[in-house]
Write a protein that binds this ligand. Structure first.
Ligand code: NAD
Length: 280
C-alpha cells in the first residue's frame, strides 16, 4: 500500500468536526498525513477529531474559522501556512444546507449557502494553491460536492446550485493548476449517515425509509465508505486524475426509477453454494 502512503504530507480538512470531515481526517492520518483541522469556532467535535488523528500517531493542528467570512479566508490560509508549513492536500469538505421551497428562499439563506459551499471553496483554494505553487510541491485539491451537483432534489435549490457550481469550478482549477503539478477533483457522495440534514423539519424516519428504497445498494453510506475515493485522489496514485469526479452514491444516479421493486424475484438456474463451498 506504499503507493497510497501520505507520510510527510500535510492535509487541511474543512468541516472536520464530525460527519464526513472526521472520517476524511481519520483516513488521511491512517495513510500517514499530518492534519490541519478546521470548523466553525467552538464547533463540538473538533477536539474529538484531533484526538482520532493523534491516535494514528499523526499531528493534528486545530485552526477554527467561520468559512462564511469570505474576506478572512486568505488570512486564514496564511495562518495555516505559518503554523503547519507547506500544505500538500486541501479537502474542501465543509458544507451547509437548508430545506426550503424555491420561493421561500430569502437572500440571507441563499447567500449563506453560497458563501460556505461555493465562495469559501473558491477563495480558500485560491490562496492555498498560491502557497502550493510558491512551495513548488505537487498538490491535491479535493472538493466535496454531492450527487445533487448532477441531479436536483426538491427543496434544495441553493444547495443544488452551489454544488453544481463547485463541480465546474473544480474543472477550471484543474486546468489552471495542472502546469504546477496540482490536481483538482470532486468527490460526490450520495446519501451518507451524518448530521447534515438533522434539523430539517420533516418526518426523517419516513424520508430515510423511502430514500433507502431508491438506493440500489439499499442503504445510506457510512462516512468511512467515502474515504477510499479520497485516498485515491489525495495521493500519488491519483497523479493523472484531474478535473474529474468520483461519485460514491450506492448506485442512486445509475437508476432512473427503482423498477426492481416491481419485478418478479431474481431467478437463476445456478444453485447457491453450500456453506462448505460445494454445490448441491
Ligand atoms: N451527508 C450526506 O448525505 C452528504 C451527501 C452529499 C454531500 N455531502 C457533503 O459532504 C460535506 C460534509 O457534510 P456532512 O454530511 O459530513 O455534514 P456535517 O454537517 O456533519 O458536516 C459539515 C461541517 O461543515 C461545517 N460548517 C458548516 N458551515 C460552516 C462555516 N460557515 N464555517 C466552517 N465550517 C462550517 C459544520 O460545522 C460541519 O462540521 C458537505 O459539503 C456536504 O454538502 C453530504
Amino acid at each position: 500500500m506504499s503507493r497510497f502512503d501520505l507520510s510527510g504530507r500535510t492535509a487541511l480538512v474543512t468541516g472536520a468536526a464530525g460527519g464526513l470531515g472526521r472520517a476524511f481526517a481519520g483516513a488521511l492520518a491512517e495513510a500517514g498525513a499530518d492534519l490541519v483541522l478546521t470548523d466553525l469556532p467552538g464547533a463540538d467535535g473538533l477536539a474529538e477529531t484531533a484526538a482520532l488523528v493523534r491516535e494514528s500517531g499523526r499531528g493534528a493542528l486545530v485552526v477554527e474559522q467561520d468559512l462564511s467570512d469570505t474576506a478572512a479566508l486568505h488570512g486564514f490560509a496564511d495562518r495555516v501556512r505559518e503554523q503547519a508549513g507547506p500544505l500538500r492536500i486541501l479537502v474542501n469538505n465543509a458544507g451547509t444546507a437548508a430545506l426550503e421551497r424555491f420561493n421561500e428562499i430569502t437572500p440571507e439563506s441563499w447567500y449563506r449557502v453560497m458563501r460556505v459551499n461555493l465562495d469559501a471553496v473558491f477563495f480558500l483554494t485560491q490562496r492555498v494553491a498560491e502557497h502550493m505553487i510558491a512551495d513548488g510541491l505537487p498538490g491535491r485539491i479535493v472538493n466535496v460536492t454531492s450527487k445533487n451537483a448532477l441531479v436536483a432534489e426538491a427543496g434544495l435549490a441553493h444547495y443544488n446550485a452551489s454544488k453544481a457550481a463547485v463541480d465546474l469550478l473544480t474543472q477550471s482549477l484543474a486546468v489552471e493548476l495542472a502546469p504546477h503539478g496540482i490536481t483538482a477533483n470532486s468527490l460526490a457522495p450520495g446519501m451518507v449517515a451524518t448530521p447534515i440534514d438533522g434539523e430539517f423539519p420533516f418526518d426523517r424516519e419516513a424520508f430515510e425509509d423511502a430514500y433507502r428504497r431508491r438506493i440500489p445498494l439499499g442503504r445510506y453510506a457510512r462516512p468511512d465508505e467515502c474515504t477510499g475515493a479520497l485516498l485515491l485522489l489525495a495521493g500519488d496514485e491519483g497523479a493523472y486524475l484531474t478535473g474529474t469526479r468520483i461519485v460514491v452514491d450506492g448506485g442512486v444516479l445509475a437508476d432512473q426509477m427503482p423498477r426492481t421493486a416491481f419485478m418478479p424475484p431474481y431467478r437463476t438456474s445456478l444453485r447457491p453454494r453450500r456453506k462448505d463451498g460445494t454445490t448441491p
